[in-house]
Design a protein around this ligand. Structure first.
Ligand SMILES: [Mn+2]
Length: 387
C-alpha cells in the first residue's frame, strides 16, 4: 500500500526568542529541532515511504545557517530515489536569496514555485507520482505576509482536470474554518473548496499543533511542528504517515517525534503552611523525568493565610534545581476575612467596602482590584507588599 510522510513547520534554526530561555537551552532546543528533522528522515527511510511531503516552514530563512541547509540537503539526498516535495511557507518563502533558489538541491527534491531557470514562478503546479497513481499539486509561497487567496483562480481549472480523488494538495496556509488564536492569517484556504476540487488529501502547514479532520470526504491534515517551539504549542508533536489504496480513502497516522513538551498549568497553594510545602506542591505538578525534560510555565494560585509570608524568591530558586526550565508566576491571594474587615467605621473597613463595591461594579477588573485590596490591607498592617 502506498505510503507518504507528511511533515511541516520544522522551523530549523528558530531562535526560540521571547521565551526567556537561557542561551544554552535555546541552543539545545535548536539542536533538538535539527535532531527531530533527522529522526523524521530516518522514519521515512525505515517506513520505506513512497514520497515525503514538506508543507512549508522547513527552516527560518532569516536565521538559518548555511551549515544547516547543507545538512538538510545531505539528509534529503540520503533518501535516494524517494521523491521529496516541498511547498515553501511564510518563514522559508521563495524570496530572492532563498536557499531554495540559490542552492543545488538533490535530484529527488522538488521545490514548488522554483522554475527550471532557478527563479520564482508563482502558481499551483502538479507533480505526477506515476508509480503511485497520484498527483500532488503544490504551491510555493514567496512572501512573508499574504492574506491573499492565492488559489482563487485555480479551483475551476482543477475541477475540470482529471485524476479526481487521487489528488493531494500541498500548501502552506490558514484553514479558514479553524483559525487558532494568535496565529496570523496566511494564504487563507477553505477546505470545502479543496474537497470540491477533487483533493482526497490536503497536506497543510502553518498551524503548529497536529490536526486531522475529514471535510466533505477529503482528509485535511496539519502535522504541526515536530518539536514544539513555544508555550502556545502544548501536547505531543510529530508528523503523519499517510496511506491509501487505489480506490479507498486516505488514512493518516500520527507519529510522535518531539522530545520536549511545553506545559502550562496552575498549582493551587491553598492551605500550605510554609515554603517546604509550597515547593512540594510545585514539584508535584510533574513526574521527575518530565521535570527534567519538559518546559514548564506554572501559575501559583489559591488563597493563602495572610500571615504566611512565603519566600517566593527562595521557592523559585529551589524549584529551578528540580526543573530543566520553569517559569513561576504568583497569583495567590491572601485569604482575608473581608466580611469581618469591612465591618465598622475604621478607615480600613471603609477601604474594604469601597474596593468590594468597585469589584461588583467592574467584575472584569477583579484581578486589578484584588491587587489594590492586598496592597491596601498590607499597608494598613504595616506589612511589606510581596511582589
Ligand atoms: Mn510555521
Amino acid at each position: 500500500m502506498p505510503k507518504l510522510l507528511h511533515i511541516s513547520d520544522v522551523h530549523l534554526d528558530s531562535r526560540f526568542a521571547g521565551l526567556g530561555l537561557p542561551p544554552d537551552l535555546a541552543a539545545a532546543r535548536r539542536a533538538e529541532v535539527r535532531q527531530a528533522f533527522t529522526n523524521l528522515i530516518g522514519l521515512a527511510a525505515a517506513e520505506r515511504v513512497d514520497a515525503v511531503l514538506i508543507a512549508g516552514d522547513l527552516f527560518e530563512h532569516r536565521w538559518v545557517t548555511k551549515a544547516t541547509i547543507n545538512a538538510v540537503r545531505e539528509a534529503l539526498h540520503g533518501l535516494g530515489d524517494i521523491p521529496v516535495l516541498i511547498a515553501p511557507g511564510n518563514h522559508d518563502p521563495l524570496v530572492e536569496n532563498s536557499y531554495y533558489l540559490t542552492q543545488e538541491w538533490p535530484g529527488n527534491v522538488r521545490v514548488f514555485g522554483r522554475g527550471r531557470d532557478g527563479r520564482v514562478h508563482p502558481g499551483l503546479e502538479a507533480a505526477e507520482l506515476t508509480a503511485l497513481g497520484l498527483t500532488v499539486w503544490g504551491y510555493g509561497s514567496y512572501r512573508y505576509d499574504s492574506d491573499e487567496d492565492v488559489l482563487a483562480g485555480a479551483w475551476t481549472a482543477l475541477s475540470a482536470a482529471g485524476g479526481r480523488g487521487r489528488r493531494v494538495l500541498l500548501f502552506h496556509g490558514s484553514d479558514t474554518t479553524t483559525v487558532p488564536e494568535g496565529v496570523p492569517l496566511f494564504q487563507p484556504l477553505d477546505p470545502h473548496r479543496a474537497a470540491a476540487a477533487g483533493f482526497g488529501y490536503v497536506a497543510l502547514g502553518h498551524y503548529h499543533g497536529p490536526k486531522a479532520k475529514t471535510v466533505d470526504g477529503a482528509l485535511v491534515v496539519y502535522p504541526g511542528s515536530p518539536e514544539a517551539l513555544n508555550f502556545g504549542e502544548p501536547g505531543d508533536h510529530g508528523a503523519f504517515l499517510v496511506t491509501f489504496d487505489t480506490d479507498g480513502p486516505f488514512r493518516a497516522e500520527f507519529r510522535r517525534v518531539g522530545r520536549r513538551s511545553h506545559v502550562t498549568s496552575q498549582v493551587d497553594l491553598t492551605g500550605v503552611t510554609g515554603d517546604d510545602e509550597a515547593l512540594a506542591r510545585i514539584l508535584g505538578a510533574a513526574q521527575p523525568e518530565a521535570r527534567r525534560t519538559d518546559l514548564f510555565r506554572l501559575t501559583l494560585v489559591g488563597r493563602l493565610d495572610p500571615d504566611l509570608g512565603l519566600d517566593l524568591q527562595d521557592i523559585r530558586r529551589r524549584a529551578a534545581e528540580s526543573f530543566g526550565f520553569i517559569e513561576l508566576s504568583d497569583e495567590t491571594r491572601p485569604d482575608w476575612d473581608l466580611e469581618a474587615l469591612g465591618r465598622g467605621d475604621s478607615a480600613r473597613a471603609l477601604f474594604v467596602r469601597e474596593v468590594l463595591a468597585a469589584i461588583e461594579a467592574e467584575p472584569a477588573r477583579r484581578p486589578y482590584w484584588e491587587r489594590v485590596l492586598a496592597a491596601g490591607l498590607s499597608a494598613f498592617e504595616g506589612r511589606a507588599v510581596s511582589r
